[in-house]
Write a protein that binds this ligand. Structure first.
Ligand code: SF4
Ligand code: SF4
Length: 413
């Protein structure tokens, strides 16, 4: 780890009010400043790697809100992630980690097959029965939590349905490589279908390579740098085989990771070219606002927007999604208080850290309630899962939609 990144922290505390775990605990050890100090002491050999210390660090969501707030460019979330990667490279992956991160996630076919029992469970009526009888209470809490988060699955993953090439509607203005995130394909296929439709209706030929693999974000989350680099190389080779103007994704987490391929594979020119071409869908659509304005039809609803951490803090995108929503005639946009505060999802954090995740989610739900919105718009699958469940439990009248679903619905009239 680069020691300079640690000593850049001048302990001003400007990051504290933006850190979700500090806001809940008021503990210095659960703050960005405290985490940087702990890692620094470890690096300097003034602290042992105790269980307690690992516990403090693992409470971090890697939401990177601290990086947005820090005047010195310190990114405590990224430093904690780097620390985890270094530890993992020493200790190696456990059996289950190896199974999931190396044998399952990088293989879309296997990943899709692994979801088939879940689809059967939902469609056969077994899920309803299990929930009614409360059977899951007899199993580990994490299982019940995972089951509760999973919304109804589409009949088939989008990857199996979508044509590899979707032609442009009208005059072709360019070619886009569509990066279809695993969760988007498996769970939120309607949103990604809407994304492709929007792109093609704006004159883009859309190529969705069927053999693309997971972006590697789950590997990064678990500190598996080797798996992450394998994923990056595979995707760079696949997309490199097409002559595309942009690589577009509608998944905030994937976009943040794809844009870092250049850094992860430092000095590898194709990785830098790949990252330079990557755009979040809102960035590309925002280039065509005049044209969109002529295509969008009235949609009478009051909507608000939750900034996914991977889009606002990791990619610095805040204006584009709002500009796009404001283009929809009849849509009343209302700003959410602390819109860029984490929702508590953070990969698998909501399963591994349910108590802290629920506290953070509660704050988010309170702001949604106060906004009076009928629809919450966002654009990251982790947030969609977490907030969909939170809304269903506490604000059932508020609907959640992906940004592209709102735009596509308005375009369809
Ligand atoms: S991480 Fe940045 S904002 Fe936080 S205390 Fe250090 S210098 Fe200040
Ligand atoms: S990444 Fe998020 S949870 Fe972690 S220290 Fe920064 S603000 Fe706090």
């Amino acid at each position: 780890m680069d020691y300079v990144k640690l000593i850049n922290c001048m302990r001003c505390g400007m990051c504290l009010p933006s850190c979700p775990t500090y806001k809940e605990t008021f503990l210095e050890t659960a703050s960005p400043r405290g985490r940087v100090a702990l890692i620094r002491k470890l690096q300097e050999g003034n602290l042992d790697q105790s269980e307690q210390l690992l516990e403090y660090l693992s409470l971090c969501l890697d939401c990177q809100a601290c990086a947005s707030a820090c005047p010195c460019g310190v990114n405590a979330g990224e430093l904690v992630a780097e620390f985890t990667c270094e530890r993992k490279s020493d200790s190696g992956l456990g059996f289950m980690e190896d199974l999931i991160l190396r044998k399952l996630v990088p293989h879309p076919d296997r990943l899709e097959t692994s979801m088939a029992p879940m689809r059967l469970y939902q469609n056969s009526g077994l899920q309803k029965l299990v929930r009614t009888l409360g059977v899951l209470k007899m199993f580990p809490k994490q299982l019940e939590r995972m089951e509760g988060l999973l919304p109804p699955l589409p009949a088939r993953p989008l990857r199996q349905e979508i044509n590899e090439i979707t032609p442009a509607v009208g005059t072709e203005r360019g070619t886009v490589g569509f990066f279809l995130g695993c969760v988007m394909s498996l769970i939120f296929s309607d949103a990604s279908r809407a994304t492709i439709k929007l792109l093609s209706s704006l004159g883009y030929r859309v190529i969705t390579p069927r053999n693309q693999v997971c972006c590697g974000a789950p590997n990064m989350l678990a500190g598996d740098l080797v798996g992450l680099k394998d994923a990056a190389h595979t995707n760079i080779d696949i997309f490199g085989g097409y002559n595309v103007d942009f690589i577009v994704t509608d998944c905030g987490g994937c976009g943040a990771e794809l844009k870092k391929y250049g850094d992860h594979l430092d000095g590898y020119a194709p990785a830098e070219a790949f990252s330079a071409k990557t755009r979040d869908i809102s960035q590309l659509l925002a280039l065509h606002q005049d044209e969109l304005r002529t295509k969008l039809k009235p949609l009478s609803l009051k909507a608000t927007y939750h900034d996914p951490c991977h889009i606002a803090h990791c990619q610095g995108i805040r204006k584009e999604p709002r500009d796009l929503l404001k283009l929809v005639p009849g849509l009343e946009f209302t700003e959410l208080e602390a819109a860029d505060a984490c929702c508590g999802s953070a990969g698998t954090y909501n399963i591994e850290r349910p108590e802290m995740s629920d506290l953070i989610l509660k704050r988010k739900l309170d702001t949604i309630r106060a906004s009076g919105a009928q629809v919450l718009v966002t654009s990251n699958p982790g947030c969609l899962l977490q907030l969909k469940k939170g809304l269903a439990d506490h604000l059932p009248d508020v609907k959640i939609m992906h940004l592209t679903e709102v735009l596509a619905q308005s375009m369809a009239g």
